[in-house]
Design a protein around this ligand. Structure first.
Ligand SMILES: Cc1ncc(C[n+]2csc(CCOP(=O)(O)OP(=O)(O)O)c2C)c(N)n1
Length: 252
């Protein structure tokens, strides 16, 4: 039967705030979903003309290519610090940093914690895939106990490597942050919840409320040596036991 294009309903549209540039993410990785959620949020809030994205070092290093807004790529771990500088110089702009767990919760520990403690009016997207993805799957601060990585081939041993850091819980002990939440993307319900959380984190900044952090549990099928489906199930059944989902702070 011929398709009547004129009568078709558009149910999906690429956010206007995303460019046509191709992602460099692996199949089944959640970074792409997160990138899209942010693009959709920028569209919905109508802030593309005054948004600045801070791209980190990591799998999302090319984020500056993917958003149709101003963006800057910064040294590993420094995204919250650069976001602070831009926001203080230009409070009229909407500034978000996009950071992996190695970037945000290891090499950038000082910058991340102190930006949160100062209550900078920025939005931080923290992608927790429990591994250093870009560089080949080394142990991250968030790597689970007994998880095998290229630097812990027998599994993470707490006796020598410590335990996974719940960085959002640490930030939630501070007085300044207005919103700290942990989200996931392993099914449509979680994607909807995460989309709402990201929008709230941007809205808080637009409203001048202060520091918002959205931690998002992500898959890394390539370095986890799992299929995308197995990786989704792993997040749902195992990772959320160590990193529980939900709001940690909501002073909005
Ligand atoms: C100062 C500095 N130290 C180390 C590196 C090497 N390096 C590049 S990406 C990366 C890990 C990134 O992991 P993560 O932040 O978790 O992001 P992912 O790649 O998993 O998305 C490391 C250690 C670097 N580029 N600069």
């Amino acid at each position: 039967m011929p398709v009547d294009v004129a009568r078709m309903t558009k149910v999906f549209e690429r956010p206007k705030s995303l460019t046509e540039a191709r992602y460099t993410y692996c199949p089944g990785c959640h970074h792409g979903v997160i990138t899209r959620i942010i693009g959709q949020t920028i569209d919905e809030l109508g802030i593309a003309e005054r948004t600045v994205g801070i791209a980190p070092v990591g799998c999302s290093v090319f984020a500056y290519l993917w958003y149709r807004c101003d963006a800057v790529q910064v040294a590993h771990g420094r995204a919250s610090a650069v976001a602070t500088g831009i926001k203080r110089a230009r409070p009229d702009l909407v500034v978000f940093s996009y950071q992996g767990d190695g970037d945000f919760a290891s090499i950038g520990t000082a910058e991340s914690l102190h930006a949160a403690n100062r209550g900078e009016n920025i939005t931080v997207i923290f992608v927790n895939n429990q591994i250093y993805g870009m560089t080949g799957g080394e142990m991250a601060p968030t790597t689970l106990v007994h998880q095998k990585t290229t630097t812990t081939p027998d599994g993470r041993d707490p006796a020598t490597c410590g335990y996974p850091i719940r960085f959002s819980e640490i930030i939630a002990t501070l007085d300044a942050p207005v919103y700290v939440t942990r989200q996931a993307l392993y099914d449509t319900r979680r994607i909807q919840d995460c989309t709402k959380a990201v929008k709230k984190a941007f809205q808080n900044q637009v409203d001048g409320k202060g520091y918002s952090l959205v931690e998002i549990l992500s898959t890394c099928p390539t370095n986890w040596r799992m299929s995308p489906t197995q990786a989704n199930e792993h997040v749902a059944n195992v990772v959320t036991q160590v990193f529980p989902l939900g709001d940690l702070v909501d002073r909005g």
